[in-house]
Design a protein around this ligand. Structure first.
Ligand code: FDA
Length: 449
């Protein structure tokens, strides 16, 4: 008899949700995790005396699977600070403040942005986010880059740059010429529509008290002794009746295995026999985006006393978006800003010496918030770009043409092996909500429900 009914590889939210649901149904499960902590891309850490969300942190109202799990785990949420004016730096280089969703752009640009938002909402409304390749216009939309699609749609460069910003730097974290228009529509459909992506107060609505890593930490508490840390899986042998899963320390066996790691890491594990060609090929067309999440703490949230919310955007600035990220649940007197440097801008600064990089980022923040932004008490850059067990941020996405070419194979099992993560989710794609949906669905399937 096997040691376990199901082995789960990866103690991110996807793997832990799968394992908890199976355990609750009386199945014998074991989770094998490479790192010495659970949570994967969720990591709440205290650095230089500041509690930071190094990975994911925000929850939006459409993320009902995540909101449900937060409730189930007895966690509380709180609102992101948002009172006051937001800041926008436009194509003319001028800094302007504004309220609401609409950036302070020329009227013609605002009209174009509204038209494009409606068109992307329409296209997203025609998509089942679990099956993007079945979209009525999938063939055409998957063959052209989002940048080329935007070029076709409007001659207004600032409208293109802003619409591109919401999906490119802010979500898929790739340049708009590096992913298809179909991937852009998926990003919108997975969040309930493009209109949600343009509304920061919706998409970045709430945070979890104590940090979002509380979700995987509490899930792991429901699996006492059943999560093995520091055990990277190196080989999966599914040539016999039972699958044997080898780590650097031991081997475990079970009739079913759930590989809950990002698609890019699936092929780092050896398989015996080899995975079918389409599975190996498909994952070579999925790649991580790149974004640096930068958190800068000041002795006070000085922007608030200047009537600013802390929210700032510019497709033309190094830091393309920035928000007040003060830990309201701790009642902190200090203030923290979180800013993001994405794709080609991240390439540009990642090669610089650390002090030069920091100076560039602070100068960009000073462009939004003024000279006081240059004097932080703490400065932190997220480490995901070179992290062995993630190697990018926020998530992975297909290159141009690959949704139509490979999408239908994405949810196929290979014999007793299931491959799953937030990056193959429909609703909640590349988000914690999607990780939970994928974990719940995988467990239900294995339980025959
Ligand atoms: P995840 O990558 O978390 O877990 C996979 C696990 O597998 C890891 O623990 C890894 O160590 C392990 N593993 C890999 N290879 C292994 C091997 N060979 N053997 C054993 N273990 C192995 N989402 C959101 O909802 N709101 C947000 O605000 C954000 N913001 C955000 C910011 C940043 C900086 C990042 C990086 C990500 C986000 N996200 C987010 C995305 C969100 O964090 C992400 O979608 C989910 O946490 C992914 O969960 P998974 O379990 O699918 O993968």
């Amino acid at each position: 008899m096997s040691d376990f009914d199901v082995l789960v590889i990866g103690a991110g939210v996807t793997g832990l949700t799968t394992a908890v649901r199976l355990h609750e149904a009386g199945r014998r499960v074991l989770v094998l995790e490479a790192r010495d902590r659970v949570g994967g891309r969720l990591w709440t850490d205290t650095v230089d005396g500041v509690r930071l969300e190094v990975g994911g942190q925000w929850v939006s109202p459409d993320q009902t699977a995540l909101l449900g799990l937060i409730d189930e785990l007895g966690l509380d949420t709180y609102a992101r600070h948002r009172a006051g004016d937001s800041i926008y730096i436009g194509r003319d280089g001028v800094r302007r403040t504004f309220r609401g969703e609409q950036f302070p752009v020329p009227d013609a640009t605002a009209a174009e942005m509204e038209r494009l938002t409606k068109e992307l909402d329409r296209l997203a409304g025609l998509m089942d986010p679990l099956r993007p390749w079945e979209h009525p216009d999938a063939e055409r939309l998957d063959r052209i880059s989002f940048a080329a699609w935007l070029d076709e749609q409007t001659e207004d460069a600032e409208a293109r740059d802003n619409i591109g910003l919401y999906i490119g730097p802010a979500m898929l974290t790739k340049p708009a010429h590096a992913f298809s228009a179909l991937s852009a529509v998926l990003m919108a459909a997975s969040a309930g529509g493009f209109s949600h992506l343009v509304d920061a107060d919706f998409i970045l609505d709430r945070r979890v008290a104590g940090g979002l890593q509380q979700v995987p930490l509490r899930l792991a508490e429901k699996l006492p002794g059943l999560v093995k840390l520091g055990e990277p899986v190196t080989l999966i042998d599914f040539s016999g009746y039972d699958v044997s899963v080898h780590t650097e320390r031991a081997a475990y066996s079970a009739p079913r295995v759930v590989v809950a790691v990002p698609p890019t890491l699936v092929n780092r594990i050896r398989y015996q026999p080899a995975l079918p060609p389409v599975q190996t090929q498909m994952r070579q067309h999925q790649s991580f985006g790149l974004v640096m999440k930068i958190q800068v703490t000041y002795d006070a949230p000085f922007w608030r006393s200047e009537g600013l919310s802390g929210t700032a955007f510019s497709p033309y600035a190094l830091v393309h978006e920035s928000y007040d990220n003060t830990n309201e649940d701790l009642g902190e007197a200090r203030g923290t800003l979180v800013g993001f440097v994405s794709d080609e801008k991240a390439d540009e600064i990642l090669g610089l010496p650390a002090d030069e990089r920091r100076a560039r980022v602070l100068a960009s923040l000073a462009g939004y918030y003024g000279e006081r932004a240059l004097e932080p008490v703490a400065y932190h850059e997220s480490p995901w770009a070179a992290d062995e067990w993630t190697a990018g941020a926020f998530g992975t996405s297909f290159d141009i043409g690959s949704w139509v070419r490979y999408g239908r194979h994405l949810h196929e099992d290979v014999g007793p092996l299931t491959f799953v993560s937030s990056d193959v989710a429909g609703l909640g794609f590349q988000h914690v909500d999607g990780a939970i949906r994928m974990g719940d669905a995988t467990a239900a399937r294995l339980l025959g429900r």
